[in-house]
Design a protein around this ligand. Structure first.
Ligand SMILES: Cc1cc2nc3c(=O)[nH]c(=O)nc-3n(C[C@H](O)[C@H](O)[C@H](O)COP(=O)(O)OP(=O)(O)OC[C@H]3O[C@@H](n4cnc5c(N)ncnc54)[C@H](O)[C@@H]3O)c2cc1C
Length: 927
């Protein structure tokens, strides 16, 4: 999408930009709409300006009609999440291409002609070519770059907070003062409180909220005990933020679609009407057809440089705590966050509870302060977990008290390293194929600064020490650290979710969270696709008070992204064994929370842990060595997020908020110590760090995980007839630590009368490449043994047995596996397992059978992803098509068996154009 030539590119996906893009697409133009937030129409969907009254032109009429039809409009007031879905659907229907998470950096122009726009985002910088450019930014960023004289204003702003469950009737709108009024909502049981701020600033809005809530609770009896469910993600400017002193005239194919460009009412419909007018005019403009190559390059630093002692990039779960911890040590700390609040996934991502993890340290103080402030927000109601709005505020208060400079709405797009000389060099992080750690360039780079783009353009941020808490390891990857992405076989990361706020059956605040599909978090194009996919699952033709959501979480629910390779890479085996390390700086207490389905495609260890052993819920945990936080090849940087140096399997257990918050604290202290001493975080004295961590509770022994299989415990195999409940433990132990000699003792279990025990023993033996249990496994498959072994997430025995037959690499399995490929009742994972098993057995005679298998017209077409916690009853199922998994598994097997490359290419090639990055990436890898 980014590489294509567009007739029109509209920069800014607010209401003006949205209407402009839709109109130009309606008029037949190939249009790209670029927006920095992951939502369209921010004025209404994020800042919650929801009055849709006034005379409507075509686009606005259509929006209003759609709102009415979906039940999202009442008395001229709209519902924000329904509107978000409608705008998204309308853009899709009109054929507008949408790119989220992307900020304008520079208008590419010369003389009177614009050629395109340089954009900045977490994938780096890209140039979009377009015949016509429309500046629909709120602050006329591109327009100003043409040299037109302008004055910047800092207008006052409005901010909103929503209350559910008012008690008693209220006459609305209710004006409480010049500053505060109460507006109706689409929903009977909800009101919207709007208050004035002196400037457009999310930090100011949040700071002022408690005082407003106290005022409301005192002044309005109906809201005394009501529940504050959510607030706008950002305030809305009450007036122009830029004034032009002269008419813009120079650039003939640049249009302006902001309220600064025309006299319109500063309200949703006024903005839509204005955008539509500009869209119609832009569609009339032929624009340029030439794009001089020398113009289409270059970064653009437009803002003054900023220097700090410690720079934290990403103000999420790990980063907010890291900044507080660093600030408290008295070093000058700056925090850069792409979103509009602190707290990341736990607040902006809508996952506002701790399902597991280890407490202790600074996070306990955060939690205590959150608990203390919660009654002001919930009234007589309650919240599942913690209140996300309260935690956003508490993190901000604590960071501000610690002297941290917080920059919201700013995204890091590149880095400056010691090899970059005077020129700022933007390193595009690997977004394509993960760099195999062994192949990565082993060269130490010193990180000197990061390049970040915000509302006013690009700046460079220098620091003595940097903390990467982007969740994705953006800064480490941009700095040249090697990384892995996804599981080894097909680089698939964990499923993502798109959370939303909901009320539970009792009317208390809750959230919904599910598996929506897969997405590549390092690729903004794919991230946009993911967001829109997640959003689409909430759609209903007609929403009701019971079936609506309160808000769509502003952050996409990313469970996993890159795992940066550090000086040590933690493994699942470490977690199972409760390992200790000389440089241990934290504990993780967890379970193997992998959202996988197809364990035939996961590691052998994971397949054993889950399918035959059903160990999903089993408690595991260990110490975390400091080296996991230190990226290889980069000096000056420490990691404090889920992108820590872990294997794919270890990450399933080490990603919970409490565990990441601890790492934030460790990183904050370590980076401050490094900055104080003028050394890199990798060079600090870990013993001294450990002493601090003992003092502040992080390393208190009470937090050491109690694992079932502690390291060093001698193996005692239970007798075959006394295996419950110890059998799981014994097998787990064998699978992860004991050598094959010990495993041989498992042979005795093959004589057990319990089919479960026999199967588990056969599977564990096969795991060690010992084929004594093959007959047992074959029997399980031939009889289609459908029972599941005890435990959580175990698979039907026959299906799991297929995968272990592959591990045993025993040719006797071939006819049985080929039988599975012909079986019309075989499950998707049984089929994939059989293909993978044939690959491991490695007999080329099955090549024709594999081709025949692909010709089956009745292969499973889809995978129904699990709907997990709190998912709404009426939600659409999240479905991933299964075709790519089957076809690419067969292609990989054919390649490994030596089939002709041309033959295999035909299977792979159609997947190279898939709109999902994970499918394209696996296809490219196979080619
Ligand atoms: C669907 C889902 C369910 C989960 N369930 C639970 C649960 O029940 N309990 C639990 O404890 N944990 C749960 N987790 C896990 C946990 O929430 C996350 O693993 C954890 O919060 C990640 O913390 P982080 O600091 O690594 O990333 P985040 O909290 O995501 O923070 C990263 C921050 O960096 C910012 N950022 C990213 N890139 C840039 C950039 N280039 N420049 C500037 N800023 C940037 C982002 O905006 C974000 O605020 C769940 C996660 C998901 C996705």
């Amino acid at each position: 999408m980014i590489e294509e030539l567009h007739d029109i590119v509209v920069i800014g996906g607010g209401l003006c930009g949205f209407a402009c893009a839709v109109r130009s697409a309606w008029n037949g133009k190939k249009t790209l709409l670029v927006e920095k937030r992951p939502a369209l129409g921010w004025e209404s969907t994020w800042a919650c300006q929801l009055d849709f009254g006034g005379t409507t032109d075509a686009v606005a009429s259509r929006v209003v009609d759609e709102l009415r039809r979906a039940g999202g409009l009442k008395g001229g007031r709209a519902d924000a999440p329904i509107l978000e879905m409608i705008l998204d659907r309308m853009a899709a229907e009109a054929g507008v291409s949408v790119l989220f998470h992307s900020y304008p950096v520079r208008l590419v122009f010369e003389g009177d002609t614009a050629f395109g726009v340089v954009m900045g985002n977490k994938s780096g910088e890209q140039i979009v070519k377009a015949k016509v450019v429309v500046d629909a930014t709120e602050n006329a960023l591109l327009w100003r770059q043409t040299g037109v004289k302008a004055d910047l204003n800092a207008p006052a702003a409005k901010h909103v907070v929503f209350f559910s469950h008012p008690e008693g009737a209220m006459e609305l709108p209710m004006v409480l003062s010049d500053e505060v009024k109460i507006l109706p909502s689409v929903w009977e049981d909800e009101v919207c409180v709007e208050f004035m701020l002196e400037k457009v600033d999310a930090l100011t809005a949040r700071r002022k909220t408690p005082e407003i809530l106290e005022f409301i609770r005192e002044e309005v009896p109906q809201l005394k005990d009501a529940l504050v469910t959510h607030s706008g993600n950002e305030p809305f400017p009450a007036a122009l933020s830029v004034h032009f002193q002269e008419e813009h005239s120079k650039v003939k194919n640049l249009f302006g679609a902001g309220i600064w460009a025309s006299e319109v009412e500063n309200a949703p419909v006024g903005r839509l009407n204005l955008g539509e007018k500009v869209g119609a005019a832009a569609a009339e403009c032929e624009g340029t057809t030439e794009f001089p190559a020398e113009m289409m390059t270059g970064s653009y630093i437009s803002q003054p440089e900023v220097a700090s002692d410690v720079l934290v990039i990403g103000g999420g779960t790990g980063g907010a705590i890291a900044a507080i911890a660093a600030g408290r040590r008295g070093v000058k700390t700056t925090l850069i966050e792409a979103g509009t609040s602190l707290g990341g996934m736990g607040t902006g991502g809508g996952i506002h509870w701790y399902c597991s993890g280890t407490g202790g340290g600074l996070q306990d103080e955060v939690d205590q302060r959150v608990s203390k402030l919660t009654p002001l927000f919930v009234g007589k109601w309650s919240v599942k977990g913690f209140h996300p709005g309260v935690k956003k505020l508490v993190l901000q208060q604590m960071a501000e008290e610690a002297g941290v400079d917080i920059l919201l709405d700013t995204v890091v797009t590149g880095v400056i390293r010691d090899d970059a000389k005077a020129q700022a060099e933007t390193e595009k992080a690997g977004t394509d194929t993960a760099i195999a750690i062994s192949e990565a360039e082993e060269k130490m780079n010193r990180l000197l600064g990061v390049i970040a783009v915000g509302t006013e353009g690009v700046s460079v941020y220098h620091a003595k020490a940097f903390i990467d808490s982007t969740g994705d390891g953006d800064v480490a990857a941009m700095s040249g650290a090697p990384f892995i992405i996804g599981r080894e076989r097909d680089n698939l990361t964990h499923t993502f979710s798109q959370s939303a706020g909901t009320l539970d059956n009792d009317g208390n605040l809750s959230f919904t969270n599910f598996d929506a599909g897969y997405v590549d978090p390092t690729d903004v194009d794919d991230l946009t696709r993911g967001r829109r996919l997640g959003l689409s699952l909430y759609w209903q033709d007609r929403f009701t008070a019971e079936s609506r959501v309160l808000y769509i979480a502003p952050l996409v629910g990313l469970r996993q992204s890159r795992q940066i390779a550090g000086e040590y890479q933690l493994t699942l085996a470490d977690e199972i064994a409760g390992r200790r390390f000389a440089d241990g700086i934290s504990f993780v207490t967890t379970f193997y929370d992998n959202h996988g389905f197809d364990y035939a495609n996961e590691s052998d260890e994971a397949a054993l842990w889950i399918w035959p052993l059903g160990n999903f819920s089993r408690r595991i945990g260990c110490e975390i060595p400091y080296r996991c936080m230190i990226p290889r090849n980069v000096d000056g940087l420490i990691l404090a997020c889920r992108a820590l140096s872990l294997t794919f399997d270890a990450h399933a257990g080490l990603r919970m908020q409490k565990d990441i918050q601890r790492l934030g604290e460790v990183a904050g202290i370590a980076a401050a110590v490094a900055a104080e001493n003028g050394i890199s975080p990798r060079a600090i004295d870990v013993k001294e760090l450990q002493a601090v961590l003992k003092e502040n509770g992080i390393l208190d022994e009470k937090y050491r995980p109690k694992t079932a299989i502690p390291e060093g415990k001698p193996l005692e195999l239970p007798a075959p007839d006394a295996l419950e409940p110890e059998q799981t433990e014994a097998l787990a132990w064998i699978s992860t630590y004991a050598g094959s000699e010990t495993a041989l003792a498992m042979k005795g279990m093959l004589n057990s009368d319990d089919p479960n025990v026999k199967f588990r023993a056969a599977a564990a033996l096969a795991w060690h490449g010992i084929n004594d249990g093959v007959q047992e496994l074959l029997k399980c498959v031939e009889n289609r043994e459908a029972e599941k072994t005890k435990g959580n997430k175990s698979a039907p025995i026959w299906q799991a047995a297929i995968t272990f037959l592959g591990m045993a690499k025993d040719g006797r399995a071939i006819p049985v596996l080929l039988g599975v490929l012909k079986d019309k009742n075989a499950t998707l994972d049984g089929l994939i397992g059989a293909v993978r098993a044939l690959e491991r057995i490695g007999d080329a005679s099955v090549i024709p059978d594999l081709h025949e298998f692909l010709n089956r017209s009745d292969l499973p077409a889809e995978r129904n992803l699990q709907i997990s916690m709190g998912a709404l009853k009426h939600m659409a199922s999240a479905i991933e098509d299964a075709g790519w998994q089957i076809e690419l598994a067969v292609a990989e097997t054919l390649l490994k068996l030596g089939a002709s490359k041309d033959e295999v290419r035909q299977i792979i090639e159609p997947h190279l154009d898939d709109d999902r990055a994970h499918v394209r990436r696996y296809a490219r890898k196979l080619l």
